[in-house]
Write a protein that binds this ligand. Sequence first.
Ligand code: PBG
Length: 325
Amino acid sequence: MPFPMQRLRRTRSSRALRSLVRETRLSPSDFVYPIFVTVGEDVRNPVSSMPGIFQLSINHAVAETRRAQELGISGVLLFGVPEEKDEAASGAYDPEGIVQLATRAIKDAMPEMIVVTDVCLCEYMSHGHCGVVEKGTGEILNDISLELLARTAASQAEAGADVVAPSDMMDGRVAAIRSELDNEGFQNTPIMAYAAKYASAFYGPFREAAESAPAFGDRRSYQMDPANAREALLEVELDIEEGADIVMVKPALPYLDVLHRVKEATNLPVAAYSVSGEYAMIKAAAQNGWLDERAVVLEALTGIKRAGADIIVSYHAPEVARWLS
Ligand code: PBG
């Protein structure tokens, strides 16, 4: 005697029945698409470890965002690749910085499209760390970094960002950003906090794309140990207390258990960032003919949604949106 689910699979209308009882459904609107914006005119630099991804000058970033909008993708997440870097990350909070300019251009062209801006210093620091580094000791100075992060977020909100997304993992940054946003008149700008961000080797290709590999040391003094899950819940709790509106887990695939636990622990929207290394792995295998790219991407992203993601940040977003339509 067949079990109930088998009975559903075996009727003549099994396709429709399978669809009727399907628990998880991807939609283009689940997605936020990361874009690397760079200076210059008409630039489209391929990122070698991320086939299909480019550093784009503002005109191309606007065009790429338009394409994403037409596919039904909810928003873009902007990362800046500035011309110059220094030890104060000045480019991060420059009102005429690359992300600020790109945000203005995209919002002017597409007021309805959600623009999320990355709040971090690593892309703008000559040493590539996410915070201010103390000379001599090489230590990351948490509290001084908070001021710069808060200024960065406010300048992005000023430029029209709909959501700011701190990815630096400094302690107390959500509170610092919230208070600066409130003081500057951006009480309604939500914060999507990278609450549980692991010190992951899966960020490798991103550091090529954003030109943000640390020149010395690593990020383990501020990002989380991949071995810890309860710590993620603690980080999430603290970020919520400090004023996070959306909490994020990053990377996604190696941390589906964490994603699931975070989803159970909060009623706030939960985002998952399927990072550059997850993208690169699938692309590389597909290019070798070792995996069926479309099937694998849809399976991986469905798994991320099933585990609890309300929002998925993914470099696959445009191709997925096309497959889904
Ligand atoms: C910067 C930042 C990183 C990513 C997003 N924001 C890299 C890092 O922490 O080194 C990684 C995203 C990806 O790999 O796709 N703080």
